[in-house]
Write a protein that binds this ligand. Structure first.
Ligand SMILES: Cc1ncc(COP(=O)(O)O)c(C=O)c1O
Length: 388
């Protein structure tokens, strides 16, 4: 049997990882500024994370959500404390798409409505409602098509007011990333998030903060939406939540009430996933990783902005994006194969940095030196070589 070929792969086989480094099958070391797509939050194979999972594995790996599991309560308590949402409730599941799918559904159960507002360039996952709220036709199958999703331009306050003016009492929820990831690192403005809060309150809609990529401390605040100083009704989480162990969830405001059987999952909230996520939260606290994300993120943004050919450096904490000119379109590839540094990209010509929140200053410096060197080579390359 062969693999179902849905991923364009880079020609690298990673076999080992530690902190901000990974190694390939030939023993070559790479600096990881991509974190397997914002997943590695506390560093690859962090010793506390390994120990927590191993200890749990020795006790019990799995039982279904039909019995009491104190480790779920422990995770909820810790998450309340670290995120500051102590009066919210936690629902655990397995992936970002599943978290968003459940959030959109819960909002609709709550207010009995069908319409969803989502934004241009949004990515919310690949399950049927999450993908319907994702602004990319290539990911949507005919069976996912629906008239229930209204797409509006991102950060456009007038368009949002008009949509609520027209459909106010039909809108079930508004779903927005605090910083669009797949869309190219676009930061939701604080006034836009405040307006979403106000309009949802006025019209009885639910504000869903998709924090799958930008949450779990990556920006220096636990949820990046909280820079706006207003609470969302539901925060969805995944990627950084387990540092590579599959775990996701929703943090739900007290005004939304739980009802038996409306939501559920077989694997969500299993003891191993809870142990992994607890290890992440404990390490974020212990190593003050949100502060580190702010400090190293600022250094990277300041230094990137000084490099010629790099434009529009943006983002918060360790979720950073920048545009490169056409001449630098091979920069990501050259960083990987010439400098042995993983970075991410978004089309067209955007490079994304999504490293571990524990990234060290010396590693950030190595990245800047490497980018300077590769930019200089590409800038010097004659036009015909550049096309090769
Ligand atoms: C903002 C956002 N929401 C949802 C998802 C979907 O998460 P998953 O791939 O875990 O289903 C992603 C994945 O990239 C994401 O970036």
């Amino acid at each position: 049997m062969n693999l179902f070929d849905v991923y364009p792969l880079q020609d690298v086989t990673i076999v080992k990882a530690k902190g901000s480094y990974v190694w390939d099958d030939k023993g070559e070391q790479y600096l990881d500024l991509y974190g397997g797509h914002a997943v590695i939050s506390i560093g690859h194979t962090h010793p506390h994370w390994v120990k927590r999972i191993e200890e749990q594995l020795e006790k019990i790996a799995f039982y279904s959500n039909s019995v009491k599991m104190p480790i779920q309560q422990e995770l909820a308590r810790k998450l309340g404390k670290v995120s500051g949402k102590e009066d919210y409730h936690l629902f655990l599941c397995n992936s970002g798409a599943e978290a968003n799918e459940n959030a959109l559904k819960l909002a609709s159960f709550h207010n009995g409505r069908k319409k969803i507002i989502a934004f241009s360039k949004a990515f919310h996952g690949r399950t049927s409602l999450a993908v319907a709220a994702t602004d990319n036709k290539a990911y949507t199958a005919p069976v996912n098509e629906t008239d229930n999703v209204i797409f509006l331009p991102f950060n456009d306050e007038e368009a949002l007011e008009t949509a609520f003016g027209k459909h106010g009492n039909e809108i079930s929820s508004v779903i927005i990333e605090g910083i669009q990831g797949v869309g190219g690192i676009n930061v939701a403005s604080e006034s836009f998030l405040k307006l979403i809060r106000a309009l949802c309150d006025k019209h009885g809609a639910i504000y869903i903060a998709d924090s799958v990529q930008c949450g779990f401390g990556r920006t220096g605040k636990f949820f990046s939406h909280d820079f706006a100083g207003v609470n969302a009704d539901i925060y969805t989480m995944a990627k950084g939540m387990g540092n590579g162990f599959p775990v996701a969830g929703m943090v739900i405001a007290p005004k939304l009430h739980a009802k038996y059987f409306q939501l559920g999952t077989t694997f969500g909230g299993n003891p191993l996933a809870c142990a992994a996520s607890l290890a992440v939260l404990e390490t974020i606290e212990e190593e003050k990783l949100m502060g580190n994300a702010v400090m190293i993120g600022k250094y990277l943004k300041d230094e990137l902005a000084k490099i010629p050919g790099i434009k529009n450096v943006r983002g918060r904490g360790l979720m950073i994006g920048f545009d490169v000119s056409d001449k630098l379109k091979d920069l990501k590839k050259n960083l990987l194969f010439e400098q042995k540094i993983f970075t991410g990209e978004a089309k067209p010509n955007v490079i994304r940095l999504l490293p571990s929140l524990a990234l060290k200053k010396r590693d950030a410096e190595s990245l800047i030196d490497a980018i300077r060197e590769e930019v200089a080579k590409l800038e010097e390359a004659p036009a015909n070589t550049e096309q090769a």
